[in-house]
Design a protein around this ligand. Sequence first.
Ligand code: ADP
Ligand code: 5GP
Length: 202
Amino acid sequence: MMLVVSSPSGAGKTTLCDGLLKAHRDLMMSVSVTTRKPRTGETHGEDYFFISNDEFDKMQADGELLESASVFGNQYGTPKGPVEKLLEKGKDILFDVDWQGASQLSQTCGDELCRVFILPPSAKALGERLSGRGTDTTQVVAQRMSQAADEISHWPEYDYIIINDDLDKAQEEINAILIAERAQRQRMLFLQDFVDDMLKSL
Ligand code: ADP
Ligand code: 5GP
């Protein structure tokens, strides 16, 4: 399955995705490419592949991106090759993308997708988290706040909504979503053989 997580910037999706990856070592993160400059502490190849505008345009022209969008004046995209390889191996993949990316993935990947939207508990908390993160200038924080309403307006397009007030509770909720989605009958591709084998021994 493909688990897609979106939120307005600062609502806590990176924090919750990191928690999910720690709790489920078999879940793989799709590492995006971006033309944004790295923040302090971000690592090329782990948080993002930080590339130039020309490199991004070439990847797009060569059809190497599964989806892409311009967000806060920077380009972001999901490299297609790694996703295809992981799906071939039967791995579940986690995507941290904005509403445009979620919408494009819904069109191409359909049933394999589970979409989760993270809301902050209030506008005030969102502003405090964006400033408190300490990674962006006042101008960038203001730009992200001004676009939060647009991102939030897309919440009805998602399958699950989490209000990230208490972090532990929100983490439990997203972990539970992954577990429940994995137990869906149509996702358990091995089930017919498993049941057939059991029936032989009864
Ligand atoms: P996003 O990836 O959505 O932009 P982050 O995960 O970077 O957001 O979180 C933004 C800031 O808010 C970080 O400093 C993070 O530690 C903090 N944060 C995340 N969730 C909570 C929470 N439930 N309560 C308080 N602070 C939080
Ligand atoms: P940030 O700059 O804070 O890391 O991310 C800004 C926004 O870009 C977030 O909403 C994040 O989900 C989104 N984003 C990150 N990677 C991708 C991607 O590959 N595709 C799309 N469409 N959005 C992305």
